[in-house]
Design a protein around this ligand. Sequence first.
Ligand SMILES: [Zn+2]
Length: 224
Amino acid sequence: MSASGDLQKMIFHVLKPGYNDEYKDFVRLSPNRAKAFPECPRCHCRIGPWEWLRPFRVKTTKSRCFGDLFTDKMVLTVSQGFREAAVAAQLKGLSFWDDHLEVYRSGSALFSQAPTYHVVHRNYSFTRIDPSGSGLVVQELVGCEHCNVMTRARVERLVIDELTWNGDDIFWPTGLYGACVVTSRFVEVVAQGSFANFTFIHQDEYVEDWQQGFFGSRSELNGK
Ligand SMILES: [Zn+2]
């Protein structure tokens, strides 16, 4: 087997909007959501947020400078251009609702300058992080061995347990509630298209310190 045929480890990144209010582009106006939250089939523990359902109406907190990623930190929406690039690159784990986002400036006036955004449909999977590789300090294990849902005190870096990864290019690992993880394939699509408003943290740079309420890159933490 040639060197190029060897199995290469995937590099993962965290998509930054997960926690920071500076990335909050809108608030949701329409309240519809799935009847139940997604749960672990074994222990019935909650593994993620309720899925938002149409109509997709939001009030923007921005007056200009709309990027290709537009989010309230939980729901991700993307521009038409990014959607086309993601489909062309065959990124996995990324699908879209047919309805566009309706962006309002106030409760009743549509914001005509806003680009067309597509709401990303969230897949639920049981990809887990490697606890020792990630330097994970568990506060409390809430779920079972299958879902590994927990509250954590500290994470030193992101190491995905690749045996539990289904190959998706975007996913929310169980046990790392709030963090959206993407592959380097996803990052390359963003770079090649110069898509705006995406910020990534390399897996070796990712740090969580719940005592300090910090989630971000190691260099940011050291600069605090
Ligand atoms: Zn479970």
